[in-house]
Design a protein around this ligand. Sequence first.
Ligand SMILES: [Zn+2]
Length: 204
Amino acid sequence: MRPSSSYTELGRCSMASDEQQRRMKREYDEGTPVERKKVADEKCESTIHEAGHVVMKWLVYGTPGSARIWQDDKGGWRGECDPDRPREAKEAMARGDCQVLEREVLVAVAGGVATDLAGGCAQWFDPRARCADDFKSAIELLCRRKGNGFNHRGDFERQVERAKPLLEENWGSIEALANVLCEELCVSNCRAEEVIGAAVKRGD
Ligand SMILES: [Zn+2]
């Protein structure tokens, strides 16, 4: 009995292993759309993030600048927006002009704030996260303000709170720009002006 029992055990075991293999394959196949969704979510998150920067830049300077998103070699989505500023703004930043620096902080935090407003999580303090560089820029900008006492976290959070209603009021423009970025992967200054103009006209 023993050998036969062992044999049956072995048979059951190898059947189990086949079954297990099939289950693993099924899980893998079923997992694929989830992975795809994750990538799509990440793409969507990066479009909303960049659109947040662009719309805030339009609000504080009257010109939105350009932005683009792309897929890195690991398949994750990355993005950047045009770092160019009007000459007066650059000069004022160099002088440590408080108002201009705070405007720049609003632009820097707008990506993460847009992510938050879209129901995501900005993750300012995770050095690997999308918002980490924006957080660093915002702190550097706040440090350059002249004649101000400085409370890192408090000042940063105040600017985040200031950015929220500004982006909320212009959510239609953010969504419209994010859609264009999603389709076209980049948006020029001209195209951004057109998209924002149309959203404002529609009253989004
Ligand atoms: Zn950003």
